[in-house]
Each structure stands twice: as C-alpha cells, then as structure tokens.
Design a protein around this ligand. Structure first.
Ligand code: NMX
Ligand code: MLT
Length: 433
C-alpha cells in the first residue's frame, strides 16, 4: 500500500495540521491520564428527559457558545469575523489561526482543483420527484458521492489509525469544494431557473456560489451578503443537532459523505436550520396582514396570536444562548448599512424591538431573544432569493465547514465511537425510591 506521503499532495493546510495535531493529541492523552476522574458535570432527571440541555459531555475545540456571549470561533468572537471569507473561517476552525495570504491562496487553489461534481450526481437529482424538498436533493447529492470517499478506500486497504485524519481531511476538502456547484445546481433545477451556470476560476468559493445561483448582483452586494452568511453559520460548537449528528455518525468511522449528509438531515428540521424559511414566512405573513410595516402594538398582537395557536415564533429562542445571538446582530448591522429602506428588513427590525417583550411574558420560554435565523431570510429575499424552501441549503453549505473541521479534529485526536449509556424509566423510578 502506498503511504500518505506518496499519495497526498502536501498543501499548506496539511503541513500545518501535521505539525500541530500530534502535540495536541499527546496533550489531551496526558490530561485524561492524569485528571480523567475529575467531574465536569452532573445529570438530573430533568436533563435526561429534557434533551440533555446543559449537560457537559462533549468536547469541541473548533468553537464554543457561552450563553452570555454567543459564538466564539477559536477564541475569536464571531462579531470580529464579519469581514472574513468562509475559506479563512475554515482554516481558522481547523488550525486555530487565521491564514496568511499565501496559505489562503494555497487553500483556494486546492479547493478549485477538487471542485468538479461527478456527472452521475446530476442524473440522480434529475431522477428525483420534481417537488422534492431542496434539502432532500442536496443531502442526496452528498450521500450519492460516497463512492468517492478516500477515507473508506484507505480504511478498506487497512490504513493505520494515524492516517485517519488525513483521509478525513481529503474527503472534507473534496466535499466542500463541490458544495457550491451542487447547491447552486439544486437551486436552478428545483426552481426551473434554466441550465446550470459554470464557475469562474477567478472567483472565490463563495463568489462562485453566487455566480452559479444566477441571480442578478450588479454591485456585488449579494455576493458580500453571502460571504457573511457563509461565515456566520459555519459552526456553533458540537451539541447542536447537525454538528452532534455528524460527529456521532463519524465516530463509527462512517466517512464524511455518510456523516455530513446525516447531520444535514438534522439541520432540515424546523426547530433547527429550517427555522430560517419558517421565519421569513412569518415576517411576510405580518407584511400581508398589515399591508406593510406594522405598529409595535399590531406586532405584539400578532405574536400573541401565534403563541396562542400553539406555534413557536420562529427565529426566537435558543437552547444555549441567553442573549441576542451575535450572528443575528451581525446580519442586522449589515442590513442597516446596505438595505435599510427595504420593508421586509424593516419588519425584521421592528420584530426585534417588540417580540422579545412578548416572549419574556411566557414563563416557560428561557430565551426570548433572536437567534441566527431571525434576520437572514429578509436579506436573501431582498436580493431576489425568494424561494424559502431553499434557505436551509445555504445554511448547510456553511455548516459543512464547521462539522467537517470537527470530524477532522476528532479523527486526529483518535476519539472513540460515541456511545453514552441510556437508562429506562423504571430505573429512573428506582433511583427516586
Ligand atoms: N416561540 C414559542 N415558544 C417557544 C419559543 C418560541 N420562539 N422558544 C421556546 N419556546 C417554548 C418551547 O417550545 C418549550 O415549550 P414546551 O415546553 O411546551 O415544549 C418551552 O418554550 C421551553 O423551551 P426552551 O427551554 O426555552 O427552549 P428549547 O431549548 O427547548 O428549544 C428552540 C430551543 C430553538 C428549539 C426553541 O426556542 C424554538 O423552538 N424556537 C423557534 C424555532 C427556531 O427559531 N429554531 C432555530 C434555532 C436556531 N437554529 O438555527 O438552529
Ligand atoms: C446552530 O447554529 O446550530 C443553532 O443556533 C442551534 C444550536 O446551536 O443549538
């Protein structure tokens, strides 16, 4: 069998990781050996039945989400990353540092060399029912490419455990490089937008995604909005459904094609990533009902109507956060700068000024503040991306950066298959007695 050194080109990214990962793995091994018995969390009956909320039982080094601060990627608050590109963010997630100009250029070149989507992917998508959800199409495309997995190929050939991360990184780069073309292809196919548009080698990863979507963008503002969008959604530590599912499936050494598509199937749920499409629906319902931007009083009433009909107000609340999500704040800032006169955006602003006051009156709601999904749809809508069903695909393209980085780190650290212990309700009762 050929060695990794013979088979894989030594890019700047792999060189950096190859230098860092062994040190980090040794450091963690030593810590576990010395302090492995130290307690870091306890679990109550309420937590066991309540979605494990607040239980510290996972490790994620790519990012953290303190409830009173929001997303911090490798010690940089997300609010300080709003001028970065998704590629820079991916490098940061993996290595803990922002790339130099040369390192970034090397990553850009590497991604471009891997970007071609196999022809059979389009055939599979074309064979799907015309009214398939774009998320079902997108995730099918990722899964159908599983035969390309270099991790599986080398696992079957008996690669040593020390090579797991290298082939996971190879799969991650192959997948990430192709996601813009796949996502844009799904958009054009699903919504009858005409033939696919070719990428342009002179553009960046996210600029190409925008180009291939084919929406008019004469001043490049939509491209800038998407750059920000793809940075903001990239990671949110590892307890959220999409990250945790990807991590769990990957821990069985299912390759990234299997594990990423599994994680993104979780993102397709309305309590997770699909909330962005639900949220814009809610905002447009407001606009329709009141014929434009409503008064705060009208909005309060509308929010109560939603709550009293047993529905959630989409885009508000969070399992971890207890403040306005800094990702929402970043979108709001961007919108104020670029599309302040847009009516839909103005409704988003008014909702932000009104709805938390309503939700604060509902005792059971722990976080009345907006999350990442509360404002993004209004920006997309402004630029003519009006097909709500597609919004979670955009979230997926971005989330792939974080969950793929998490998988590479996990394989480099040699973490085992995930297998927490479950108990029965009878056992719970026996503890009470
Ligand atoms: N509107 C109405 N009810 C809410 C809301 C809301 N925005 N947020 C929480 N609640 C309810 C929640 O349904 C639960 O009710 P019940 O006990 O009857 O089931 C109760 O308040 C307690 O929930 P929390 O402990 O505050 O929240 P939890 O951690 O369980 O759930 C979310 C977090 C995000 C799922 C929840 O706040 C929600 O459903 N929000 C609206 C949907 C949304 O915006 N999701 C996107 C999350 C971000 N993302 O991109 O993934
Ligand atoms: C996310 O970005 O994954 C969401 O905010 C949900 C979460 O963190 O639980």
């Amino acid at each position: 069998m050929a060695t990794v050194a013979q088979e894989v080109k030594m890019t700047a990214l792999r060189e950096k990781l190859a230098a860092e990962f062994p040190k980090k793995a040794t450091e963690i091994r030593e810590m576990v050996k010395q302090f492995g018995n130290l307690k870091i969390s306890e679990v109550t009956i309420e937590q066991a039945y309540g979605g494990m909320r607040g239980v510290k039982g996972l490790v994620c080094d790519t990012s953290e989400v303190p409830p009173d601060k929001g997303l911090i990627i490798r010690e940089i608050p997300v609010g300080q990353l709003v001028d970065k590109t998704p590629e820079e963010t991916f490098w940061l997630l993996l290595t803990g540092e922002l790339p130099t100009k040369e390192q970034l250029a090397d990553l850009d070149k590497d991604l471009k060399a891997r970007a071609k989507v196999p022809e059979y992917v389009w055939k599979v998508l074309e064979a799907m029912p015309k009214d398939s959800h774009p998320m079902a199409m997108f995730n099918t495309a990722i899964l159908v490419m599983e035969k390309e997995s270099k991790f599986r190929l080398h696992y079957d050939q008996g690669m040593p455990k020390s090579d797991y991360w290298v082939w996971t990184l190879e799969d991650a780069l192959d997948i990430i490089a192709r996601l813009p073309e796949i996502a844009a292809g799904v958009y054009r196919m699903r919504f009858g937008k005409g033939a696919r548009i070719a990428s342009d080698p002179k553009l960046t990863w996210s600029e190409n995604y925008v180009k291939m979507l084919g929406l008019p963008d004469p001043q490049g503002k939509f491209a800038d909005c998407m750059r920000l969008y793809l940075v903001l959604h990239s990671d949110h530590e590892s307890g959220n459904v999409s990250a945790h599912t990807t991590f769990c499936v990957n821990s069985a050494l299912s390759d990234l094609y299997y594990s990423l598509s599994a994680g993104l199937n979780g993102l397709a749920g309305p309590l997770h990533g699909l909330a962005n499409q639900e949220c814009l629906h809610w905002i447009l319902d407001v606009k329709k009902k009141f014929g434009g931007v409503p008064s705060e009083e009208q909005l309060k009433q509308f929010a109560w109507e939603t709550l009293n009909s047993g529905k959630v107000v989409p885009g508000y609340g969070h399992a971890v956060l207890r403040i306005t999500d800094p990702r929402f704040a970043a979108f709001l800032d961007w919108g104020k700068k670029h599309i302040a006169q847009d009516e839909v955006f103005q409704i988003v602003e008014r909702v932000f000024n009104t709805v938390p006051g309503v939700l604060q009156q509902v005792q059971k709601i722990k976080d009345p503040w907006p999350n990442v999904d509360a404002g993004s749809g209004a920006l997309l809508y402004h630029f003519g991306l009006t097909e709500f069903d597609y919004y979670t695909v955009l979230f997926s393209v971005s989330r792939a950066l974080g969950v793929c980085a998490q998988a590479v780190v996990a394989r480099a650290m040699g973490w085992p298959i995930e297998r927490p212990k479950s108990v029965t309700t009878k056992w719970m009762k026996s503890q009470i007695k």
